[in-house]
Design a protein around this ligand. Sequence first.
Ligand code: ADP
Ligand code: MG
Length: 729
Amino acid sequence: MNNLRFKALEKIAQQEYVAFSPKMNRLDSFAANVFDERKLQNYLSKPAFKEMMLAIKKGTQISRSLAEQIAQSMKLWALEKGATHYTHWFQPLTGATAEKHESFLDFAKDGRVISALDGSQLVQQEPDASSFPSGGIRNTFEARGYTAWDPTSPAFLFGKTLCIPTIFVSYTGEALDYKTPLLRSISAVDHASTEICKFFDKTVTKVIPTLGWEQEYFLVDRMLMASRPDLILTGRTLLGHSSAKGQQLDDHYFGSIPTRMLSFMNELEEECALLGIPVKTRHNEVAPSQFELAPIFEEANLSVDHNALLIDVMKRTAEKHNLEVLFHEKPFAGINGSGKHNNWSLATNTGVNLLSPGKTPMSNLQFLTFFVNTIAAVHQHQNLLCASMMSASNDHRLGANEAPPTIMSVFIGKQLTKVLNDLAQVSEGKLSPQEKTDLKLNVVGKIPEILLDNTDRNRTSPFAFTGNKFEFRAVGSKANCAKPMTVLNTIVANQLQAFKEKVDALMDKDAKMKKDDAIFNELRDLIKQIKPILFEGDGYSENWIKDAKKRGLNQASNTPEALKAYVSPESIALFTKQNVLGERELEARFSVDLEQFTLALQIEGRTLGDLARNHIIPTAINYLNTLIENVRGLKEIYGDEFKDKAKEQMLLIERISSHIAEINSGVNDMIEKRKNANLISDDLKKALAYCNDVKPCFETIRYHCDKLELLVDNSLWPLAKYRELLFAH
Ligand code: ADP
Ligand code: MG
């Protein structure tokens, strides 16, 4: 029998392993393949370089002639490094990155072959991108969208291709990608934060959100995976009995990294270094064959690009090691899934982290202002933040005793809770000099010390303050970080704006209130409002679900329902006010997300049906025939006494037959429900039908297939088993 599973196992057993040896000095080669500021300076004239820096830092317009100069320099640099092609590199709503390579080859007027990349090709391209999801935006007008250069993220050389980061928009100006709204949200939070900073430090002229993600993933043998159509097509195992040994011994977590995986990581890190991705941390995660990689944080836009690029680099590097990377949030049932913690903060152009307390009472009050306003934003827009990270794949991980539930709460630790409680006592109106001094010295002034030994950690919170940043932990490993980051930047921008308006109003002549009095007053009111979302307990417990309900917090029941938050009147007003997404763009995103959800379940359903019918049932029948043959033989030998001798076999025959029957009826049932769901034209209702009717069928089918896995002869089983996928390497 042509059993891929055994071939793969044999190959793994025979593999003579040559570890990847480091080829370069990563520090010297860092960003060697990035057309960064240093290279710009080398290639551009002085005035052109100055103009370009202004465009990057201040967002000023890039002139035609400057674009020509940059295109020319980029081309020369790339050709010197052996590039053959260039591409606009963008992040459509599929979740993957997209590229369409163009050769540098061109003809001059006299027919000579020349290399080409001119200013207009750098600035704008028109990929025939009508197959990307657009939520109907392009269909209504024209099928085309265009990509436009994002000068704030440097071009890079990937293989022999010069990649130019771009946004992707329709001709009517609507965003068709993740990056456009991200950039708009970065600008919104910049403006709102800079205004607030002026209360404390007039030299601040720009505030940039920062992001440091932590990418979790699984590595599996490529050939073993080839025996699993479910992993190949859906990224997760739809079947598979749990391994006798799973993660119960906790012996993988932070353990020594297996040689083959380490070899992959070393090569990956060299690639990352060349591409300027500042990879810092690597370690084993909780589940067997699960790992984490984290970089040093960067400006959010660059960090988002780096994560999207990393995913591509990881896949390609893994191929060289005969490995496959699983980015799905829950590739295996019964053991931990993968997340992508998004660590977020705000940094000023003066080098201050706004979520880190400073040395003076004023800078600590500034910290508190950003701290409390961020929590207030999360409180007010909890549904939206929740929607920003929910998906068909993340659904399997959330709330499964290993990841936060779909209730937003914020963890801040005991000491900061006390600070907020003290601040909640501030008197109404103008503060007495005594109270103000007391607050500054004994409450605000103590914050730096408090945070120094803030070792308080709560791993079960979806949104936790971790000393100098907030960590959004509910985000899934497959997600494009731009999605949650866009929402976070936007809601914080909106909250900061509202805060500023209130403080300004209090300081208005009539009220005669001083700035810090006004800020203390506003903070006090906010602290009272945000109480329900502050939670220090176990976010994975049953009690929390009840408690959260009492507090008036929302729990998303499923992804399609949660996604509705994108198109609620409050969200539309919020996104429109902050110039991040318009109503049509939000409607489009809602529809794309619903469609992605439905398609994911549709593909899973089809794959599971095929697997059950074409792999599992035939294998079981095969074994059944062997058993029947055996019983027949016993009858020949023992005559009438055979029944006694064949008791166990008969029982097995019955059990296997009954599982086969259950699988068959389960698949029929699922197909029926899929057919009904497919008839629904409304996006939301269809997604809900897939969620509530089709998805539950998976469990029944799986249950019986997994039972068969335990009963059927191991040598016949066609799919790599959990123990092999997780432990054989
Ligand atoms: P852990 O959360 O596992 O304890 P760390 O706290 O060391 O790990 O950091 C996790 C991530 O947070 C890293 O990617 C790091 O770069 C990032 N990070 C640290 N400071 C900031 C910041 N000011 N803004 C954004 N991300 C940050
Ligand atoms: Mg973390």
